[in-house]
Write a protein that binds this ligand. Structure first.
Ligand code: IMP
Ligand code: MG
Length: 182
């Protein structure tokens, strides 16, 4: 796995430190509120596990499986696997995703949850935010790190299903991208 890495952008210790800050901020903002983290699988699985354990509030977790990426490009059409959305009555929802790129994913999930779940409030939290012109006018309410417009893997993020287990955020060598191309 490591031989495919081109450059490490964020190390595990820095990521965990930043998640600690995000959890503190979220805890302060949702004190006394009924909070549900709605996480998007598979990419957010590691981020949400670290985040959740650092929030000392009564908090619930809901998981939605969605896919949009094909290779190293966003496909701009989102597929939902769950037929029903979680119940939002009297609850505050915070969507947790790995990365904000074009904005299509968060836009579609927000729209669907607003319509079907109707939570008391709906905000967004991402580990990474790419410095790109988004196709949707959307910003994350909580963000771990801003990164340049590069395809990254690790800490839950994948390339063709691989590299999610990498304990840091990194770019891939072009030959690794080529070799795993479907
Ligand atoms: P968006 O819909 O374009 O904002 O993209 C969001 C989704 O695309 C994320 O949930 C990721 O799963 C995936 N994605 C975007 N950029 C990357 C990347 O650099 N590496 C791996 N997955 C990415
Ligand atoms: Mg994803």
């Amino acid at each position: 796995m490591w031989e495919d890495i081109e450059k490490i952008l964020l190390r595990e210790t820095d990521i965990l430190q930043r998640i600690e800050d995000l959890a503190t901020q979220i805890q302060r903002d949702y004190e006394g509120k009924d909070l549900t983290l709605v996480t998007l699988l598979n990419g957010s699985v590691i981020f949400v596990a670290e985040l959740l354990r650092r929030i000392s509030l009564p908090v619930r977790l809901e998981c939605l499986r969605v896919t949009s990426y094909s290779g190293t490009e966003s496909t701009r059409s989102l597929r939902f696997y769950e037929p029903e959305m979680p119940k939002g009555k009297d609850r505050h929802f915070l969507i947790v995703d790995d990365i904000l790129d074009t904005g299509e994913t968060l836009h579609a999930v927000k729209e669907r949850l607003e319509k079907d779940s109707q939570p008391l409030s709906l905000r967004t939290c991402v580990l990474l935010k790419k410095n790109v012109v988004r196709t949707r006018d959307l910003e994350a309410d909580y963000c771990g790190f801003d990164i340049e417009n590069e395809f990254v893997v690790g800490y839950g993020l994948d390339y063709e299903g691989y590299y999610r287990n990498l304990p840091c955020i990194a770019t891939l060598k072009p030959e690794a991208i080529e070799r795993r191309k479907l």
